[in-house]
Design a protein. Sequence first.
Length: 482
Amino acid sequence: MADTESRQASLANFMEVCQVDSARAEQFLGHCDYNLERAVQLYFQTGGVLDNTNEGAQNHQNRANELRRRGGEGGAASSSSASSTSSVDSRSTNGTRRSAGTVAARQMTWLEWFIAVAALPINIIMSTLQDLLEGVWGLFGGRTPEVTDARGDVARFISKYREHYAHAVQSRVPWSEDTFMEACHRAKRELRALLVFIHNENSAESSAFLRDTLSSEAVGALITNSNLLVWGVSTATPEGAKVARQLRARAFPTLILMVARDGRMIASTRLSSMPLDRLVANLTMGVNMVDTHLRQLRAAQLRREEDSRIRAEQEAEYREALAADRKKKEDKERAEREVREKEEAARRAEEEREECRRIIEEKRDELRTFRCGESPVEGEAVRVQIRFPSGEKTERKFALEDTVEALFNAALCHPACPTLFSLHTNYPRRTLPIVPAWYAEWRARAFPGEELPAPPSGHCARTFRDESLTQSLVIMVQDEAS
């Protein structure tokens, strides 16, 4: 039941791809044991007719000629070439190794089936011997020359193409001037199919294929419309020999359609010399086969680019949010630090004022003990009334020859006098610059932000007479701390 469903699915897919009826689809699928890929390739290689292809024999003949040419150049025995040729023919007849464009042309009879089965061991032995001979040939007589100028080899092939073929062709092939590795990397990077052409300069068929088929308008239009990256080289150059060995190209000309899968380039379709219409059909089929894969790769790349863009935007937003949070944190820390600094400065200022008050109080006690006692005034005197901020007042007599510092000390010694104060006359109102140096120093420490005028040097040593304070007067005490 499952096998029937699989066959029905293969039949439907074949009819959809090749646009044929069910009878034709069953004919090709039955010929290929319902292998859909082989059946589709067979349909396009034969042009839809099973009994009109003989290109396999021609390809094997080209390969035999190439082996004979190599054997002649390297001194190999002619018997080896003949054995290789026979091996190629036998393998192509029985299908033990798939050729670039070789398929059976008709249904095999029972006798042919019996002969093919009987010849199978011989074919396997001959194939093994051919591989051994090719290995020995590579080791001793046919070692691939070392590639020293890959780009130069490609450039020489393109130059010869333009010199010998470009003037007589319908459409110039847009050859890539990269090396093979660079072309593969470019195809993977740009998500394009890579069409590789390996040319044999000693093959007239290869030259005719390059001039008449590959350079035709139909192939040129297919290359342009499919955005194929085309790369070519000649087997006469070290780069061409190396690439031919890597891609297992044995029949020339060889046309290989490559596409990136799982990070490496693989051969999707192999073609050789064939009529133009069949080449276009087969190449179109190969392009269609890889186009779905390339579209998937492009969609995945777009998704990755979109994901990268979204991730980049998210990371940028995250960085901006992080920077904003960091700035807020720094602003908050700076504000808190400024508050702490202000509080610390205020605390230190208050401590300084308290220290000043303490020092001044100690000085006041000292003055009360040693200088503030009442003493009789002799000679001319002046009566001074001192009024304090609390409303209290006191009167004192001072000799005209007393220093004005005695007035300051008298005010300071009174209990109602504030710690930080200044003296002013009542009328006209003016500030008396009678501040001792020790008091000015502590007052400046108590009020560091204020600019207080320093009294003239030796001013406190001046007498009442010197200050013209000879008449009775009223002195006002102003509290500087309020």
